[in-house]
Design a protein around this ligand. Structure first.
Ligand SMILES: Nc1ncnc2c1ncn2[C@@H]1O[C@H](COP(=O)(O)OP(=O)(O)O)[C@@H](O)[C@H]1O
Ligand SMILES: [Mg+2]
Length: 398
């Protein structure tokens, strides 16, 4: 047996190794299991002592140790390297394998990481993990205690294993990405249902407490008028006048309840002017307005309007501010709404936490923002005022 070739004597053994790798890779879609499994298999079949798998993070700037044979499996996810740093970083940056037979401390590419106990190992080989289309996903390292010459054929074999892994890693990542999206979609659907529920409850409350009460009194006044119309026309007239007042109040109330769904002012004036009129309706503090005219999809306008409305309510209720500013502007990629005040401020994290039930207040704003794929941030500290910012991407992320 030729010890210099990873202990693999012939093509048959290579085929056996590769087919075991394929088996491990196709066993599951869990990224960590796949990586751990292959690392174990490599040391097992190539007569090396340890194997490390460093995967490239999504930023493309850093590697993270994601697979290692015992005892180094304890270090998984704890060791990070910048691309370019250490041998693995060099391999990631250059896309070429590296073999160091001995004296690795003298190699300028080598970086000593105490947790990985480099002093216990003499020789190493490091190959890039690259997918078919040439995308780097990580770096595979093997180390041996005893001095070992890694031949070109050895490195090629490791490269083949790495190539097989690359596809599986990509698949596992894709799979997780899809699972995460699915979860997000589920949360999203739940939120829509909750928002609708809240809206429905509000409407039901307004119909029950306001509108139907008024219709009951209305019908009471009309009965009284009907009873009095022969005997006491003056009283009848009085009752009819009261009924008329009630009818118009009910109409107004109905209009307001429906306006709760989509503020009619948006259709009449457009978003910018609606925000201005909203700001003017706040009695205290005075709200300065700085807006641009912009046309957005109806549901986006409604959400921005509602968020501005709640933000201004909060300024009025909580801020004790002298001045407030409402801004609507566009950047290249987004529409940005800002409501700021110079009031007493609050602990933003605390405020978000104690935010009321779903559908109202800050949590309601947050939900509306999420439904648009927008970002809502509250920037505040006691004594330093509050700034709420909503960033709605112009090309929707969902
Ligand atoms: N502009 C602001 N200035 C100071 N405190 C604020 C401001 N906006 C929100 N808060 C704080 O955040 C909390 C949560 O707000 P919110 O979710 O709208 O609930 P609510 O207005 O019903 O109290 C408020 O109770 C208040 O303490
Ligand atoms: Mg509030």
């Amino acid at each position: 047996m030729n010890r210099s070739r990873l202990g693999l004597a012939d093509a048959d053994s290579e085929v056996r190794l590769l087919s075991r790798v394929i088996e491990t890779l196709s066993a599951g879609l869990d990224l960590d299991e796949v990586v751990q499994g292959v690392a174990a298999l490599i040391t097992d079949t190539t007569h090396t002592d340890i194997c490390f798998v460093h995967l490239l993070e999504s930023s493309g700037q850093r590697l993270q140790l994601r697979g290692a044979t015992p005892p180094f499996d304890q270090q998984v996810r704890r060791i990070g390297l910048s691309v370019g740093e250490g041998v693995a970083g060099w391999v990631a940056a250059h896309g070429e394998p590296v073999v160091i037979t001995d004296n690795k401390l003298d190699d300028p590419r080598y970086r000593y990481i105490p947790e990985l106990r480099g002093q216990d190992f003499t020789s190493m080989a490091s190959v890039p993990i690259v997918t078919r289309p040439g995308q780097l996903v990580g770096v595979l390292n093997v180390h041996t205690r005893d001095r070992r010459e890694f031949t070109t054929a050895d490195v090629e074999l490791l490269g083949s294993v790495a190539g097989l892994m690359a596809g599986a890693i990509e698949n596992a990542r894709l799979h997780r990405h899809i699972a995460e999206r699915e979860e997000a979609m589920e949360r999203f659907a739940e939120q829509i249902v909750q928002l609708q529920e809240t809206e429905r409850r509000r409407l039901a409350g307004e119909i029950h407490d306001g509108i139907s009460q008024r219709i009951v009194s209305l019908s009471f006044h009309l009965s009284a008028a009907a009873d009095a119309v022969q005997t006491n026309p003056a009283l009848a007239a009085q009752q009819i006048a009261a009924a008329q007042d009630l009818a118009s109040a009910t109409l107004e109330e109905t209009r307001l309840a429906v306006a709760g769904l989509r503020p009619p002012v948006l259709d009449d004036l457009g978003l910018a002017a609606s925000l201005e009129s909203l700001a003017r309706s706040i009695p205290e503090p005075s709200v300065a307005v700085d807006t641009v005219a912009i046309q957005l999809p109806e549901h986006v306008e409604t959400a921005i309007y509602r968020i501005a409305q709640e933000a201004l309510q909060n300024v009025m209720k909580h801020a004790e501010a002298g001045r407030s500013l409402l801004r609507l502007r566009t950047t290249r990629h987004a529409v940005v709404l800002e409501v700021s005040d110079d009031g007493k401020g609050c602990d933003a994290a605390y405020a978000t936490e104690k935010a009321g039930p779903v559908g109202y207040g800050l949590s309601g704003m947050q939900q509306r923002a999420e439904l648009l794929g927008a970002r809502l941030t509250v920037d505040s500290a006691p004594g330093r005022g509050t700034r709420l910012r909503l960033t709605v991407p112009l090309t929707p992320t969902r």
